[in-house]
Write a new protein. Sequence first.
Length: 375
Amino acid sequence: MIILSAVILALYCSLIIAFIIGFDRVENFSKTNITPSTKFSVIIPFRNEAENLEELLQSISTLNYPKELFEILLINDDSVDDSVHLIKNFTPDNDKLNIKIITNNRRTNSPKKDAIQTAILQANFEWIITTDADCIVPENWLKIFDAYIQKYESKLIAAPVTYVANKTLFEQFQLLDFLSLQASTIGSFGIRAPFLCNGANLCYEKKAFIKVNGFKGNEHIASGDDTFLLEKLFKQYPEKVHFLKSNEVIVKTKPQKSFKKLLSQRIRWAAKTTAFTNRFAKFIGITVLLMNLLVVMSLVLFLFNLIFWELLLAIVITKFILDYILLSKAYRFYKQHLLFRSYCIGSLFYPFFSMFVAIVSLQTTYSWKGRRFNK
């Protein structure tokens, strides 16, 4: 047990230290006074998002970017609420915005990939930028992307996303979990081994998307419109895939309202991991899984007096400290406050939650937004 624990700890420590170093290697991008020139097609799939769309549209209407240089393509994925009516009512008050509502052309097991593909075929501009219907985009969103594109030759640009969370333990736990993924994402870009990005804030060249045949080969997996595309484009253009580390492009979204919805979301995210072809991504997944399993098993074995308390303490404290260092960097960048009490509780609960999600995700189907999907 001691040797096995030492091996897992060594692998996990190496991984987190690499992410900590990588996080700092990604330079903060500063806004420059460049005349806007990049034309964007903003793609937003939606399904029954009437309660969220107004906030999104309001944030889009205040974008600090020439209206003639971007279009908004909203793809209706079989909504049965007032989403379409809300969008149509919003448009007349903002007639300078180029907003189009498109009906999703369903062809595969992945409605979101179908929606993005449908929109790209109708997109008029050379750069695609995606976000989600339950998000709020910042005022200088397109302006900073434009400055980055003009400065760096890019094919895909990942960008930061965070939750707007209250101080309840449930929402703080989700923020903790989400920012751990964001910290790992930024860290992996810093060591030039990107394996994650978030479709709520993702920009890529239309020609590059077509060059790698878009989502072809991953259509059977409902999620992964972001990570599988990253995998393809990084393989094709390893020097032209970047992370835009800027506070001014942070897209904000909302945590899940119930544990059931949180579990469904995490199962959906976990469902795509078995399809990764990136060996480093697989190594990360296995290492993190083993570390969480080690924490859980150590606690169980300690309760039955099968291991010494010193070993349990070494495992828990090592993970606690390393995770805290990486997470504190993320919280500072996102300008959010890491509540120590919430971190302590969350770090103890997370290994059990992670293992539970891993076990439940082994089932062949899962539900998301009123639909049943095969893995």
